[in-house]
Design a protein. Structure first.
Ligand code: KIV
Ligand code: ZN
Length: 388
């Protein structure tokens, strides 16, 4: 099995399905260029058949981006697939991603199709797509809630027709890590031609477990592609977040032992761009990309980090694209952090007594103000000098 974990970014397709996150062609192109700088392996640029606007966006991205594979989603029918192929014509490397629901619930209530009809449609669609493109991904929508025996039949059939990636969506975020990991493992054991395709995970975050489920799909199930979005953007509670999955695999390489093609220093710029474009604010305590992800407020932590950063940091802020970590001065800060900030501001107080007096004033102020900025410190020290 390969040691490379393929990162498939679907910010521009599943992410855009987030209510209020719709993007123009130019906005999508700008994000796609940033995803290319981030070196994601596959960019799902949109759903070409869904609108003329999305067709044009997929086409513009396929024409402009050279380093990543460009993918378009398509329902399992000839019209959608042909439209995807048309939009992808200019791509250096193109992928068509076709899907049809396989859970009893979706087949009966939504598609109003029998199992045999769905199986046949999946088979014919992959056959049709394979005549237009070498790289075909198939997704059984609501795969995780599908009957295992039926799902095995569908996956065996689409791999036989030439699907190169099979993706198992937890469409409604119902999975639990261990169960999802074992679900993928069982599928790979039971589908006779499983080794002919790359297995992929696609998890939604309805129970807040999209990243954990994806990691279990990789570690227990042997999946080698993860579908994810910047800032976890996506339908309802969102998708597996790219920054979290990437940094989990990188930071715990000792455990996962997987390689990534990602340039992690482009993560924060990508997060900022997606947030500015969609207007979706990133919560301050969001892992990796939140404003507080590398900020230290308590005196004990600040003292530790000033002595050795790995006391309270498992990743470097700079490695994911922040300029630096942050020591936030406030009422919990200690003398050591205060003294360090004085040095950074170029303030040389002459004696320990002067520093102690300034520190006492700082503590008084911090009881009244939640964060102390550099201007506050300058004012404090001026006061001190004047008083002395
Ligand atoms: O969540 C889902 O099932 C999807 C598929 C179209 C892959 O987004
Ligand atoms: Zn999805």
């Amino acid at each position: 099995m390969s040691d490379k974990l393929i990162i498939f970014d679907t910010t521009l397709r599943d992410g855009e399905q987030s209510p209020g996150a719709s993007m123009t062609k130019d906005e999508k192109l700008r994000i796609a260029r940033q995803l290319e700088r981030l070196r994601v392996d596959v960019i799902e640029a949109g759903f070409a058949a869904s609108s003329n606007g999305d067709f044009e966006a997929v086409k513009a991205i396929a024409d402009a981006v050279r380093e990543s594979t460009i993918c378009s989603l398509a329902r399992a029918n000839d019209r959608d697939i042909a439209r995807a192929a048309e939009a992808l014509k200019g791509a250096q490397r193109a992928r068509i991603h076709t899907f049809i629901a396989t859970s009893e619930l979706h087949m009966e209530k939504k598609l109003r199709m029998t199992r045999e009809q769905v199986l046949e449609q999946a088979r014919l669609s992959v056959r049709f797509a394979r005549n237009l493109c070498d790289d075909i991904e198939f997704s059984p929508e609501d795969g995780y809630r599908s009957d295992m025996d039926f799902l095995c039949r569908v996956l065996e059939a689409v791999i036989a027709e030439g699907a190169t990636t099979v993706n198992i969506p937890d469409t409604v975020g119902y999975a639990i890590p261990e169960l999802y990991g074992n679900f993928i493992k069982t599928l790979r054991e039971r589908v006779p031609n499983a080794d002919k395709a790359i297995w992929s995970v696609h998890c939604h975050n309805d129970l807040g477990m999209a990243v954990a489920n994806s990691l279990a799909g990789v570690q227990i199930g042997g999946a080698r592609q993860v579908e994810c979005t910047i800032n976890g953007l996506g339908e309802r509670a969102g998708n597996c977040s790219l920054e979290e999955i990437v940094m989990a695999v990188k930071t715990r390489r000792d455990y996962f032992k997987l390689d990534l093609g990602i340039d992690a220093t482009q993560i924060v710029p990508a997060s900022r761009l997606v947030s500015q474009t969609t207007g979706f604010v990133v919560q301050p305590n969001k892992a990796v990309v939140g404003a507080n992800a590398f900020a230290h407020a308590s005196g004990i932590h600040q003292d530790g980090v000033l002595k050795a950063r790995d006391t309270y940091e498992i990743m470097r802020a700079e490695d994911v694209g922040w300029a630096a970590n942050k020591i936030v001065l406030g009422k919990l800060s200690g003398r050591n952090a205060f003294k360090q900030r004085l040095q950074e501001l170029g303030i040389a107080l002459e004696s320990e007594a002067e520093i102690n007096a300034a520190f006492a004033r700082f503590k008084d102020l911090a009881d009244r103000k939640s964060e102390i900025f550099d201007e506050d410190i300058l004012a404090l020290v001026m006061d001190e000098t004047v008083t002395a």
